[in-house]
Design a protein around this ligand. Structure first.
Ligand code: HEC
Ligand code: HEC
Length: 184
């Protein structure tokens, strides 16, 4: 996983068959299609040049709207770990594109601009200490993190009067590089 982070997550690490199975088991397929197969109540996933940062950035950007859609459909969120996120990515991407290498200095700027720092620097609002994850953050761990902790973040954002932020693929790559460089 370290080498994956070092090369900006462009290397393919997941298991495609497992990803296809998970896509059905976790009910992504109820709403999303991949290469024409699956539901159509949500954007089709994948496509030319799809990269780990594309998936992670899009998920971070859209979960606040996706949770209510899942609640409304009565679909429970099963846990998704980093490995499962990589498997799902590998299935969704088909032939993945490459991410631009992240830049930790730019990542720090994004971390401030998107209000991440306002919670995470001070450990306010019960937020976790992200320095513990330095060296092991990948786009797939970011997918898993927002899947597992997005709710908790969203509720704190609401109570702080902060809007949920969108993150582009490149910004996600920069955040990953920054978090990996963030030592105590
Ligand atoms: C109940 C329907 C539903 C289920 C189930 C669901 N999603 Fe979504 N998802 C959505 C909707 C709706 C959006 C778009 C939200 C918006 O408009 O901002 C979305 C957005 C996304 C995006 C960003 C799409 C983009 O490129 O703009 C990704 C990635 C994603 N979902 C992945 C998944 C994965 C992976 C799963 C399964 C583990 C899943 N979703 C399960 C409804 C669903
Ligand atoms: C309003 C405060 C707040 C903001 C803004 C915020 N977070 Fe968080 N973050 C939290 C809290 C609280 C948790 C723990 C959530 C939970 O599980 O209840 C968390 C969890 C996380 C985790 C998961 C850690 C783990 O153990 O897996 C990551 C990664 C993370 N945040 C990164 C970010 C990034 C990147 C941004 C900016 C795009 C951001 N956060 C914005 C409060 C915030």
């Amino acid at each position: 996983m370290l080498s994956l982070a070092a090369c900006g997550g462009s290397r393919q690490a997941g298991d495609r068959a497992q990803g296809e199975k998970l896509f059905t088991e976790l009910q992504c397929a109820a709403c999303h299609s991949v290469r024409g197969v699956g539901g159509n109540s949500a954007p089709a996933l994948g496509g030319q040049g799809y990269t780990p940062n594309t998936m992670a950035g899009a998920l971070w950007s859209h979960v606040s709207a996706m949770w209510p859609a899942m609640d409304k459909a009565g679909i429970k969120r099963s846990p998704m770990d980093e490995r499962q996120a990589a498997d799902i990515f590998t299935y969704v991407a088909g032939t993945p594109g490459s991410d631009r290498p992240g830049d930790s200095a730019r990542g720090r700027q994004v971390f401030e601009a998107k209000f991440c720092a306002s919670c995470h620097d001070e450990g306010q609002y019960g937020s976790v200490d992200l320095t513990a994850k330095a060296g092991s953050v990948t786009p797939f761990s970011m997918v898993s993190s927002v899947w597992l902790h997005g709710d908790g973040m969203l509720s704190r954002m609401v109570s702080k009067n902060t809007q949920w932020q969108t993150v582009t693929a490149d910004e996600m790559g920069d955040i990953v590089a920054y978090l990996n460089s963030k030592k105590k």
